[in-house]
Design a protein around this ligand. Structure first.
Ligand code: GTP
Ligand code: MG
Length: 201
């Protein structure tokens, strides 16, 4: 649940970037931070192992202005994607309001995407949340690798694999070039705020 302060008219919403290890979650936040640096008052907090893998989480807070008279602060988090860090993923997921699932478009990562999405569903269930109800956007990341001669899956195949039941908004993109990073973010903020507005009424 989002943090709502009725007296000061403030809302804090927690949006989490989830997905397989090395899929590009941290890179999404780094791109967002670089684009909105003027509007983001604090630094991005990253807790990394050697080799740039996320050990605990990344954290990026920013204000998006007023919605229905409330000052809205968005908190972006990433989870560590490596399978062995599931306890940490669960911890970070506590109080989640919206999720961006960052899938890796490389053909050899197909199984990891599927496992990670299933893991998201299981971990949400621990907090009595349904993957079919939570605000969710899929990002098919690393589309740029096609130009490098790397074998990537078609968007149709990824839709079939990951989105045939969920039927949520999805974007092909590249966190490295920034392609569709901001549209992905805008979409999840919009879905999350629509869902939170129901609780503010
Ligand atoms: N070519 C390409 N590389 C990418 C893209 N996004 C991320 N990468 C690279 O993939 C590697 C892993 O990216 P991260 O953002 O650290 O991945 P992560 O999902 O945070 O990984 P974990 O923290 O281990 O869960 C890095 O070397 C990135 O530069 C992309 O869109 N295209
Ligand atoms: Mg990371």
């Amino acid at each position: 649940m989002a943090f709502v302060n009725l007296k000061n008219k403030e809302v804090q919403a927690k949006i989490i970037y989830y997905g397989p290890g090395r899929g590009g979650k941290t890179t999404n936040l780094e791109y967002i931070f670089s684009k909105f640096r003027q509007r983001i008052k604090s630094d991005m907090v990253s807790i990394k192992t050697h080799g740039d893998r996320t050990l605990f989480f990344d954290f990026l807070p920013f204000d998006i202005g007023k919605i229905m008279g409330y000052d809205v602060r968005i908190q972006l988090y990433t989870v560590p994607g490596q399978i062995k860090y599931n306890a940490t993923r669960r911890l970070v997921l506590k109080g989640v309001d919206g999720v961006v699932f960052v899938a890796d478009s490389q053909l050899n990562q197909r199984k990891k995407n599927l496992l990670s999405l299933k893991n998201l569903q299981e971990n949400l269930a621990i907090y009595k949340k349904s993957i079919f109800k939570i605000p969710l956007v899929l990002q098919y990341n690393k589309r740029d690798l096609e130009n490098e001669g790397v074998q990537i899956m078609s968007l149709e195949q990824m839709e079939k694999d990951l989105n045939s039941q969920l039927k949520v908004p999805s974007f092909g993109g590249s966190a490295v070039s920034g392609e569709n990073v901001i549209p992905t973010l805008k979409r999840i903020i919009s879905l999350t705020m629509t869902s939170l507005q129901k609780t503010l009424r």
